[in-house]
Design a protein around this ligand. Structure first.
Ligand SMILES: Cc1cc2nc3c(=O)[nH]c(=O)nc-3n(C[C@H](O)[C@H](O)[C@H](O)COP(=O)(O)OP(=O)(O)OC[C@H]3O[C@@H](n4cnc5c(N)ncnc54)[C@H](O)[C@@H]3O)c2cc1C
Length: 576
């Protein structure tokens, strides 16, 4: 073996020899049994529809199915295309979690963004740069390749300002709706999407109306170790709710526990997202169509009312008239599109947030890496709220099976040997003998974290790209330090011979795959963008139904809340 530099090692851990040397294997034997049905799309651009939904992701899928079921004539317009299991592939360097030079589920080359670096310089970045804050651009949006952790927010997450006060410089606020308002919608989504879990284990939440439709995914050997450790510490634990079939459901099989989950499509279609639930059902109703590869460039607004949209498809511009337009383009693109359409509200694009993440890695004496997916088997919600001197907190859990290359990157900054033979031995020791705990922190929003239109850089359609600036509030970084120590404590109690934590030490722009907050919901047009029914203030026939409307983003993953809100917004909109 010749001496390799860091980039060579990254390529090595993603190559067949590196994968073999790391011990990584997929418990489905590497079989890619794609049985996907896909989403039927149309090829003709209509001139008139009743409702246009922009974006076929988490919020867009729910809106389409609910409004179609209510008899509305719906067109879903999606920038990306349908990407099959084979299109998305299993490349360790080109997927939606690890991306070198490209990722698998878009956006692709045609849409750069501009980021303002901490030193104030502006830099154009492509979608696979982490500073771009990409989610995914395909039919299904983020849900096509997500991990599917399906958490409800906590009742206190809706009342952050009245619970904790508003720290200096932050835009922390209460939601205009409560957990109780959203609870029936969480319930409907869990059942209609297909979430596995245990309702009685959700002791941090009010009692559920009914149990999840499927039991939790099978525990792993480490689940028991971590459960006993938490019990010794006096912490409560629970199986994480996942949008994954733990039993055959909806004419699709149960999870085969392969090691590829987050960032990839499921080989047996056991992971539930908009692409295999809400969107095909919407189309099957006969009331909805999906138009893919179509970029909405403008919502056409005249005299305080939208008349429809303008889109570009295959280089041709078309105008579609509609009575109602619903933006579900994700928190960054929804804000950008509204700005491109001339919407001018003081809070539009502000409060961009996501989740600051912490991680801890514990080395055990025995091999503990099981390679049985999806990976998250035990969580603790002990630290979501009620932490002395901390605003909010977060959830901790053992994480998705990391790719060898992702583990190698995560260990950057730790002492690692330099000779080739030693590196392979080190990787086999550390990768195979470690348990990872990770967790999202309740982001404390800042009005300065924002999306604006860049004054000089344009995309392939000639439109100003999103310019991202600002940073999360320093309180988020304080919470991260707190939660990181808890993660280390858990691993030490589980018998780790060494354990170390990873958490950011300085504020940075949070957003990424959990991006939210740019069109926050509220009663007052000076402090919010949409009203509690999801309608843009002063523009009653334009609604937002994606993570943009989140006032705060909870201490857990956000997609279930976006779907529950879309369910509520659709219910209110469909009312006669
Ligand atoms: C690898 C990965 C893992 C994740 N894991 C989890 C998890 O375990 N749990 C969790 O809660 N969340 C997870 N997420 C995040 C989750 O997917 C998002 O929170 C969720 O999809 C956001 O939903 P949305 O409706 O706001 O937008 P999206 O799902 O991002 O959908 C927006 C859609 O709009 C389209 N679009 C944008 N602009 C336009 C335009 N102008 N014209 C037409 N179409 C447009 C985009 O192409 C996209 O398809 C993960 C995401 C990724 C990528």
């Amino acid at each position: 073996m010749t001496n390799r530099n860091e980039a060579d090692w990254i390529r090595f851990w993603a190559s067949p020899e590196g994968i073999a040397a790391s011990g990584f294997r997929s418990s489905d034997g590497g079989l890619a049994v794609a049985v996907e049905r896909g989403v039927p799309t149309v090829d003709v651009v209509p001139t008139d529809v009743e409702v246009i939904i922009i974006g076929a992701g988490a919020g867009g899928g729910v809106m389409a199915e609910r409004l179609a079921a209510a008899g509305r004539n719906v067109l879903v317009v999606e920038w990306g295309s349908w990407l099959s299991f084979d299109d998305l592939g299993r490349n360790h360097l080109v997927n939606q979690r690890v991306a070198f030079g490209r990722h698998s589920a878009g956006p692709f080359e045609e849409a750069p963004r501009v980021v303002i670096n901490p030193d104030g310089t502006a830099q154009t970045v492509m979608p696979w740069d982490p500073r771009y804050h990409a989610n995914a651009a395909t039919i299904g949006g983020g849900t096509r390749v997500y991990g599917g952790q399906a958490w409800r927010f906590n009742p206190l997450d809706f009342q952050m300002a009245s619970t904790y006060g508003i720290p200096e410089g932050s835009s922390l606020a209460d939601w205009p709706i409560s957990y109780a308002d959203l609870a029936p919608h969480y319930d409907r989504i869990e059942h209609d999407l297909g979430v596995c879990g245990s309702a009685v284990a959700m002791t941090h939440l009010p009692t559920y109306q009914r149990d999840y439709p499927m039991p939790p995914i099978s525990p792993l050997a480490r689940t028991d170790t971590l459960s006993r450790a938490a019990e010794g510490l006096g912490w409560s634990t629970l199986p994480p709710p996942l949008a994954i079939n733990s039993a055959p459901r909806d004419s699709r099989p149960a999870c085969t526990e392969c090691a590829y989950c987050v960032g990839f499509a499921c080989p047996v279609d056991a992971k539930n997202g908009s692409h295999n639930t809400f969107l095909p059902r919407a189309v099957a109703s006969g009331n909805a169509n999906v138009l893919s590869r179509a970029m909405v460039t403008k919502i056409n607004i005249v005299d305080g009312k939208a008349s429809g949209i303008t889109l570009v498809r295959d280089g041709h511009e078309s105008v579609i008239r509609a009575a109602t337009v619903v933006c579900c383009a994700g928190a960054i693109e929804t804000a950008r599109l509204l700005m491109l359409s001339g919407v001018d509200l003081p809070m539009l694009g502000r409060n961009l947030q996501g989740h600051v993440y912490v991680a801890a890695v514990g080395r055990m004496t025995e091999q503990v890496r099981e390679f049985a997916g999806p990976g998250p088997s035990i969580a603790s919600n002990q630290w979501l709220h009620g932490n002395d001197g901390i605003i909010g907190g977060g959830m901790l859990l053992d994480d998705f099976v990391p790719l060898p290359v992702a583990f190698w990157q995560m260990m950057d900054g730790r002492p690692r040997p330099t000779s080739d033979d030693e590196i392979v031995k080190w990787m086999r020791t550390y990768y195979l003998h470690t348990i990872d705990i990770k967790g999202p922190i309740q982001d404390i929003p800042s009005p300065e974290s924002r999306v604006t239109l860049d004054p000089s850089v344009t995309d392939a359609f000639g439109l100003p790209v999103a310019r991202l600036s600002g940073a999360t509030h320093p309180e988020s970084i304080r919470s991260a330090a707190f939660l990181k120590d808890k993660a280390v404590e858990w691993l030490q109690a589980a018998g780790a011979v060494e354990a170390w934590g990873l958490a950011p030490t300085k504020p940075y722009l949070s957003g990424g795959q959990h991006q939210a907050g740019t069109c926050r919901m509220g009663e007052d047009p000076t402090t919010s963008v949409v009203d509690p029914a999801g309608r843009i203030h002063g523009l009653a026939n334009v609604l937002v139904a994606d993570t943009s409307v989140h006032v705060t983003n909870g201490g857990v993953n956000p997609f279930l809340t976006a779907m529950a809100l879309a369910d509520r917004t659709a219910t209110l909109l469909a009312r006669p």
